[in-house]
Design a protein around this ligand. Structure first.
Ligand code: FAD
Ligand code: MLT
Ligand code: ZN
Length: 479
């Protein structure tokens, strides 16, 4: 179909035979070698239902040693594999393209330790983000990342995509928060890099190669991560702005006036709000009128309840006085705050309800960030709904284009325009979701050919038979 990128099956990979199955059963046990049609169909299909593989086999290892044995075997047999976490990825990276073996990490879901003095959590890669956050909360900590997919995505998947999300503005990238990893290479070698040190400049810091490499260089089996203390007071404001310039000025002011307590700055345009309110049950606009063009969520997190609240109230008042904000409301309790978040986090779920969605995830200079939404909407006219939202505080726009069904004509109006435009403004065509299958061939819009060549050399060094997540991340032409 025109939904996914076309790829040619690489004939150098073997196809599965009955002795492969016998071998996998001998190491994993029968119930962790899945051939059931329904379970395979779910594991072959991505979250958007846009990418669909035809794998005949799903493996569920329980230990690093099992992952190592699987990869050693697959590498010697030239069986291609797809590492899979919660399968919430948005670029077609987590499902097979053809009949690759799926290695899902869900059964490696143990918490190994929590160092409560330093706030360092060590756990297996299959732990679900929300479970980790709940566990940490009961111990007085939080995860340094949060995203709408928290109920299904796994920490190993988060590491492998270098997921950004809603707390990035405060706690930064996983490149800063991940202290150690255990990774299994394509040939089964286990790399123990599971340090828990804040500072360690001893040689090349190899764990960074695996953060954001989307399962193309190794399988992450264990993670240690720095976790911030859970602070007592959180406040959340839902604000409306009449134009994009006001959103920018509001960001500038929020960084100054709320500096030390600012913990999220998210934005959505009126199309995004209409989409969520129109397609998800039980939500309504928190503001009395709904004629605004932009909405901003500002969260603060600090340790002094009355001071933090007063600070946000003063900021809101001041922003209204100077007309940056047209209307706004501060959540009065936890349930109202979670409704505000539900509106923002529900955009992805609502975006797949219309039929087809073309998702772009761009880093752009903040001044230019909304121009692409307007240009795209002019280009497409009535044939599509163009929606803009994202992590404005991080310069990350999510541009979603919604239509009733996928069509080559519409795709040709969007691409390569969107990539050329981003490249021209020296932005990134993949701010946080990764390249996956969707953008493997588009990497040159954001990276020079010399850097792509070096990436290919690293890939070939670590995975000479290219069994790990084929057709993804890098163009076939450089491998
Ligand atoms: P999967 O989708 O299963 O896999 C993603 C990639 O990682 C694949 O290439 C896969 O091969 C690889 N992989 C998975 N596990 C491993 C492992 N253990 N070792 C090696 N490779 C592995 N992303 C953001 O960055 N920010 C957001 O705010 C955000 N919000 C989202 C909201 C929703 C509702 C949804 C559906 C998705 C969102 N995403 C977001 C995208 C996605 O959730 C993240 O990329 C997430 O980190 C993927 O985790 P996962 O466990 O589901 O991985
Ligand atoms: C988000 O910020 O909501 C996510 O990255 C997911 C999406 O864009 O659909
Ligand atoms: Zn996002």
């Amino acid at each position: 179909s025109s939904a996914a990128t076309y790829a040619q099956r690489n004939p150098s990979y073997s196809t599965l035979n009955s002795s492969d199955i016998t071998y996998f059963r001998s190491i994993l046990g029968d119930k962790n070698v899945v051939q059931d049609e329904d379970r395979l169909s779910a594991a072959n299909t991505d979250w958007m239902r846009k990418y669909k593989g035809s794998s005949q086999l799903l493996l569920l290892p329980k230990t690093t040693e099992e992952v190592s044995k699987i990869l050693f075997y697959c590498n010697s047999r030239r069986l291609a594999v797809v590492p899979q976490g919660g399968n919430t990825g948005l670029v077609g990276g987590s499902v097979p393209v053809f009949n690759e073996v799926i290695i899902n990490m869900a059964s490696m879901d143990k918490i190994i330790s929590l160092d409560k003095v330093n706030g360092i959590l060590t756990c297996e890669a299959g732990c679900i983000l929300e479970n980790l956050n709940n566990y940490l909360t009961s111990e007085g900590f939080i995860m340094p990342l949060d995203l709408g997919a928290k109920g299904s995505c796994q920490i190993g998947g988060n590491v492998s995509t270098n997921a950004g999300g809603l707390r990035f503005i405060r706690y930064g990238s996983l490149h800063g928060n991940i202290l150690g990893l255990e990774v299994v290479l394509a040939n089964g070698t286990v790399l123990d890099m599971l340090g828990t040190l804040r500072k360690d400049n001893t040689g090349y810091d190899l764990k960074h190669l695996f953060i954001g490499s989307e399962g193309s260089l190794g399988i992450v089996t264990k993670v240690s991560i720095l976790t911030p203390a859970k602070l007592l007071s959180t406040n959340l404001a839902f604000l409306a702005c009449n134009d994009y310039l006001s959103c920018q000025k509001l960001l500038f002011e929020a960084k100054r006036e709320l500096g030390e307590v600012l913990s999220a700055f998210e934005f959505m345009d009126s199309h995004a709000i209409d989409l969520v309110l129109g397609h998800l049950e039980g939500l309504r606009n928190p503001l009395p009128t709904s004629s605004y063009k932009f909405y901003v969520l500002i969260e603060t997190t600090g340790s002094d309840e009355s001071y933090d609240k007063a600070k946000l109230e003063a900021f809101l008042l001041h922003s209204m006085e100077c007309a940056l904000v047209s209307d706004g409301v501060i959540a009065q309790d936890i349930s109202q705050a979670s409704t505000f978040w539900r509106i923002r986090e529900g955009i992805s779920e609502a975006s797949v309800k219309l039929g087809a969605v073309y998702k772009y995830d761009l880093s752009l200079p903040v001044e230019k960030l909304y121009d692409i939404v307007e240009e795209m909407s002019q280009r497409l006219g009535d044939v599509a709904k163009v929606v803009g939202y994202g992590h404005l505080g991080d310069g990350n726009l999510h541009l979603n284009i919604l239509t009733a069904e996928y069509s080559d004509d519409i795709l040709a109006k969007i691409e390569p325009f969107v990539y050329e435009w981003t490249s021209m403004h020296r932005g990134s065509i993949s701010a946080e979701h990764g390249l996956g299958l969707m953008k493997a061939d588009k990497i040159h819009y954001s990276k020079s050919s010399e850097t792509v060549q070096l990436m290919a050399s690293i890939k070939k060094l670590l995975d000479p038979n290219c069994i790990l997540n084929p057709y993804k991340v890098l163009p076939q032409s450089v491998l």
